[in-house]
Design a protein around this ligand. Sequence first.
Ligand SMILES: [Zn+2]
Ligand SMILES: [Zn+2]
Length: 571
Amino acid sequence: MKNVEIARIFNEIAEFLEILNENPFRIRAYKKAAKSIESLSSSVDELSEEDIIKIPGIGKDLLGKIKEYLSTGKVALHEELKEKIPYGVITLMDIPGIGPKTAKFLYETLNIKSIQDLEKALDEGKLKGLPGFGAKTEENIRKGIASFKRGIERKPLFKVLPIANEILSLMKQNKYILKIEIAGSLRRWKDTVKDIDIICAASENEKVIEYFIKLPHIKEVVAKGETKVSAILKESIQIDLRVVEEKSFGAALAYFTGSKEHNIRVRELAKQRGLKINEYGVFRESDEKFIGGSSEEEVYQVVGLPWIPPELREDRGEIEAALKNALPKIISLEDIKGDLHIHSNYSDGFNSIEEIVAAALKRNYKYIAITEHSKGLGVAKGLTEDRIFEQKKEIERLRKRYPQIVILQGIEVNILQDGSLDLKDDTLKELDLVIASVHSAFKQEEKEMTKRVIKAIMNPYVHIIGHPTGRLIGEREPYKIDIDEVIKAASDYGKFLEINSYPLRMDLNDINAKKAKEKGVKLVVNTDAHSITQLDYIVYGVSVAKRAWLETHNILNTFEVEELMKLIRKI
Ligand SMILES: [Zn+2]
Ligand SMILES: [Zn+2]
């Protein structure tokens, strides 16, 4: 998997070009390409040239750069730019509020080449009196640095998971490794994570540790012992590798997967049985005899529990359920039978409907819904009534050509400030599936926002409320809304709430989705894909569903076509 490296290089090229005040189109091209490559599910080195050129944002020039990286491990342009401008100058742009102009200015006037340099300059009062640097600007920079540091503490899952998987697959190539797994909150699929934890058992510890610290992702080794290495990755993420004995592998994996609260409960159960559990194994308390620990199943079994999926290990009732042998049969990716929130190039999506159909067939989906934005409020290329009619004709043509999949014509209609929708009921009733979403006026008071969304729920033609809280992880807080009231309304009116899998959203989150389940509301796990590569985002929504204890009957798009059509009242 070379994707993460290539995406990082393209992003850095864009940032260098920004500082050099280069052509904005060129800068945007690199950023767009980086984003596309990040979201690919297969490694670029496994793709043919024709496939690479089909990736959104990759033209001939960037294809050349990708080939260059695959054959040399470098991109010459990137190397040239690093010669021109110190690398640290682009890291200044990671601070909210510092753009390319400011970064360049700070470098040229005060020789500031890193965030530490900048903090020092602030403390020494060197920014005072510089043109455009009033007290207010200084304060904003300080705030920016603080928020940057907080951001380093927890990162969105989707930024970290692909990197961790890349490292895991490289580690698996080392012949001295017997067993290896990702642990920590990453294994529990928490929506933000602090660091990467990897546990492995090896035949020769030293060989594995030497191999690990030479991986291309590692920027700096912080601490290195015989069984543990801590390092910082180029993406500023901390990574810890622990090498344990094979007989302790399961115990260590459970210990470092957590959560802490879950582990405390398991240890209590052990204590009641005269046992002690730690990262080395399960021991008899009386004489320290080793009882087990090579697998997680062994650890749970000795305390009288079935194995508990990592997504449930939060001490939210899973121990009680496991003791009664009543753990939920949480869904898996294979249970998803279709995607009911996809944008095509009729609105702001990248691919044609036919390309989406082909991609859905590849995933063995039984149905999809094409759900463009509606016309209003500056949402990109929203559909007017006329365009909806045109699209209907195209979908009818495709239905004849692809009878093996059901293609629903849907819409993602805007919920306006007062809770009305920006398409008429007469139009909505012609469509197969209506998602209603808030895309504007996020700053309303809680009461108003709650009323607004509930009014949309009450519209007889609305089926689903899309991304119900509007949060963007690390970028935008959820809007103020009484989610319990929304859940109640969804239950009263028999409507569905979305778990939007778009990795920045993961909305509803696990806690709210679990609440919805408990109130008998069905959810729907959608990707909100704007290109066919983004159909892969479904794993993020499925992870939320797992963490919310959802079973197949709780999720609309796990049903067969006929039941689906009944549930959306189309037959
Ligand atoms: Zn939306
Ligand atoms: Zn959407």
